[in-house]
Write a protein that binds this ligand. Structure first.
Ligand SMILES: [Zn+2]
Length: 191
């Protein structure tokens, strides 16, 4: 497991060291292939076959859709194109790990793991049902968790400012804030 290259959401602040390399900014470097158009989304069968988690992700997308940026459109595709973000719900043995986003780039026609600050083609997003269950997270908290991971897919890092943000780590019941929208706009300029 290439933890160094992934973006994880832990409950415990002790795990913040995973993100030391990105702690100086609230957005990641590089870009992503679909930064100026609608985000293509493919629902893994783990989500497509779960009306509950399909709804959780749908709410999370709607949160970002209300930000009024060019990322306001998420197009859910029936097939998994090479640049579609893939949404999944899974389980993990790592206690306190609520979600994880894996970025990928394309090299010689194949998808390989990218670093946070590289140019991304697509992301694979996980939220972990057994950990959310373990903390008896509410529907709103699970929606926020999914929105947090989608925020990573838009190249938002963990918020370092002392402010309200969906990109803070931990359990929250929150939608993207004006701070998050400002970060999105600062990252992508005229969106
Ligand atoms: Zn995170």
């Amino acid at each position: 497991m290439k933890k160094f290259f992934t973006i994880s959401t832990f409950i415990m602040s002790m795990f913040l060291f995973f993100n030391v390399s990105t702690a100086k900014a609230d957005t990641f470097g590089g870009g992503r292939s679909n930064s100026n158009r609608n985000i293509m989304v493919y629902l893994d069968s783990s989500v497509a076959n779960s009306s509950y988690y399909n709804s959780i992700y749908s709410y999370a997308r709607s949160y970002w859709s209300n930000t009024g940026t060019s990322f306001s459109g998420f197009l859910v595709a029936s097939s998994n194109s090479p640049t579609s973000d893939e949404y999944c719900v899974s389980t993990t043995a790592t206690s306190g790990l609520l979600g994880r986003t894996y970025p990928y780039k394309r090299v010689n026609g194949s998808s390989v793991t990218a670093t946070n600050n590289e140019y991304w083609e697509w992301c694979k997003i996980f939220i972990y049902s057994n950990q959310m269950d373990a903390y008896s997270m509410t529907d709103d908290q699970r929606r926020s968790n999914a929105a947090h991971e989608i925020g990573h897919s838009l190249k938002l890092a963990h918020t370092t400012a002392n402010t309200s943000s969906v990109m803070l780590q931990g359990i929250q019941s929150i939608q993207p804030t004006s701070y998050d929208i400002g970060q999105l706009r600062s990252k992508w300029n005229s969106i």
